[in-house]
Structures are given as structure tokens and as C-alpha cells.
Design a protein around this ligand. Structure first.
Ligand code: IPD
Length: 294
């Protein structure tokens, strides 16, 4: 029997996946309807780190719905963490939620926005659901069972040559000049090795879905959060892709950095070009990132 400090996942993962899909579809409807309306926008860690009442409404809906079904599970939600809750991953079954990934797009009415719901047990990511709610694309992944978009099986790109790669990245919300310069330097380095191109779409979760579909060869970012990549990590891996740290080691969900690619050769070529940009870890444990930016 699990003690009070350790909760087991008694529900079958299938049931968890179905619950996440249903709540993501409901959340997506709210976001779609709110996209064209006027929004009340507030800032969080920087002037470019935005939150609206819809982010909060949707996060409350997702957490309260899942809590009712799975009362012993834990939750890490972007807006709950912004409101002061702890962001630490334990062995307990834990839902990792971004109610609107692409909030800046949402604020401006750009329809590139998604709901992202990941689920981990014993710190292993087991499930991912990402709903690109305007184009109505539902991405799902379950460890060992494949990744799908609207029921179609996903396969990441098999390209190994960076000179044939289209690469996605994001700039995040940091505007500190030293960090911004490093972000641009990294893009310059990738262009200098003749990647086909670099694109920024404004949603890290959807960037990662594009890696899973094979539309692009790779994605990297410094400064994203665990809720931007938890669900996507399952989807990318189940599509045959690679998720790794920007220094080439295994992905650390709390590290605020990632390289994703269809092949490990591609991921390593990107790693080789990247200069680190330091951010505070999501779990506040310090460590590898020498704590520069929020
Ligand atoms: C952000 C988006 C953005 C990325 C940021 C993320 P949010 O998530 O994915 O594209 O650059 O790092 O935090 O705030 O829209 O949920």
C-alpha cells in the first residue's frame, strides 16, 4: 500500500488519457470562443510574460475536473505556479498543465494556441494531450502506445543532415539584453551551418507537435517551462523523435531548456551549435543553470 507521502496511480492510464482528452476538448472550446473577444491582460515575470482571465478560467476547469476524477493526484499548472504554488515533480501521479500555450498569440488574436496536459508517474512522463484548438487538431501520446493527431499515427522526420533542416524555436518572455543577444546568436549559428530556415510560431507545445508530425526536423528553446514540454515530450518520443538537453544529455523537465528532433544525429548537430542561456530552474533547485533569468 502506498503511504501518505507516496500515491500510486490506481486508475488505468487509458482512463487518465480519456479524461485528459475530454477536458482538453472542453477547454479548447472556451479558448476558441474567447480568442476574438477583448481580454484582460496582466503581466507576470516580465512585461512580455502575459496572462489573461481565460488562462486562469481554463486552468481551474482542467484542474477541478481532473481532481474530481483523480482526487489523490497532484497538479502543476502554469497559472497556479504563477500564483505561488510549488513546482516540484515527485513520484506521485502528477498532471502538468498549460491551459493556453501561446498566451501572447492569444492576446493578439493569432490562432496558434493550444491546451497542453501531461501526466507523470514516478517522475516518468506517461501521457500527453495537446489540443490545437483553432485548427481542431488533437495530439495524443501514451508511452509505449504511439502518438497520434486526430487518430492518425505520427512519425517524426528521419532527416539526419542539418543542411536539410527546418528548425523551430521560441524567444520566450525574457528581454534582458545579454540573454536576448545569446538567443539571436544561437539562431545565427544555425543559419551559418546552412539550416534551411528557422521559424518562430509562438507556442512551444505546438512547435514540438510539428517535430512529432515530421513537418519540421527540430525544435530547441531556452527559457520554456515544464508545462510547455511535458505533454509534448511523450508525443515526440512516441513519434520516434528525440528529446534532449541543450548540452546533449537526457532531457531534464525542470531545466527550462530542450532540443527535440526526429533523429539523434539532428539533435546532436543542433546541440553542437547552441551556446547556453541560463535560466532559473522551474523547481527552484539551482543546479546546472547559473540562475540568470526568470
Ligand atoms: C510560452 C510559449 C512561448 C514560449 C515560452 C512559453 P505560454 O508559453 O510556448 O512560445 O516562448 O517560453 O512559456 O506562456 O504561452 O503558456
Amino acid at each position: 500500500m502506498a503511504g501518505s507521502g507516496e500515491r500510486s496511480c490506481q486508475q488505468p492510464l487509458e482512463e487518465c488519457l480519456e479524461a485528459a482528452v475530454q477536458v482538453a476538448l472542453g477547454a479548447g472550446q472556451i479558448i476558441r470562443e474567447a480568442l476574438r473577444n477583448e481580454k484582460r491582460v496582466q503581466t507576470k515575470s516580465s512585461a512580455a510574460d502575459l496572462v489573461t482571465e481565460t488562462d486562469q478560467i481554463v486552468e481551474n476547469l482542467i484542474i477541478s475536473t481532473l481532481k474530481k476524477k483523480f482526487p489523490s493526484h497532484r497538479f502543476i499548472g502554469e497559472e497556479s505556479v504563477a500564483a505561488g504554488e510549488k513546482c516540484s515533480l515527485t513520484d506521485d501521479p502528477t498532471w502538468i498543465i498549460d491551459p493556453i500555450d501561446g498566451t501572447c498569440n492569444f492576446v493578439h488574436g493569432v490562432p496558434v494556441v493550444a491546451v497542453s496536459i501531461g501526466f507523470s508517474v514516478k517522475k516518468e512522463l506517461e501521457l500527453g494531450v495537446i489540443y490545437s484548438c483553432v485548427e481542431e487538431k488533437l495530439y495524443t501520446g501514451r508511452k509505449g502506445h504511439g502518438a497520434f493527431c486526430n487518430g492518425q499515427k505520427l512519425q517524426a522526420s528521419n532527416q539526419t543532415d542539418i543542411t536539410k533542416a527546418l528548425i523551430l524555436t521560441e524567444l520566450g518572455s525574457i528581454r534582458e539584453p545579454v540573454a536576448v543577444k545569446k538567443l539571436f546568436n544561437n539562431m545565427e549559428r544555425l543559419l551559418r551551418v546552412h539550416a534551411h530556415g528557422i521559424r518562430i510560431i509562438g507556442s512551444a507545445a505546438l512547435d514540438l507537435c510539428h517535430v512529432a508530425t515530421g513537418d519540421v526536423e527540430a525544435f530547441y528553446q531556452f527559457g520554456l517551462h515544464c508545462w510547455d514540454m511535458a505533454a509534448a515530450a511523450v508525443i515526440v518520443r512516441e513519434a520516434g523523435g528525440i528529446m534532449m538537453d541543450t548540452a546533449g544529455g537526457p532531457l531534464d523537465l525542470m531545466s527550462r531548456r530542450v532540443v527535440a528532433a526526429g533523429t539523434s544525429e539532428m539533435a546532436h548537430q543542433i546541440v553542437q551549435e547552441l551556446q547556453p542561456v541560463a535560466y532559473e530552474r522551474d523547481d527552484g533547485t539551482g543546479g546546472a543553470n547559473d540562475s540568470l533569468s526568470k
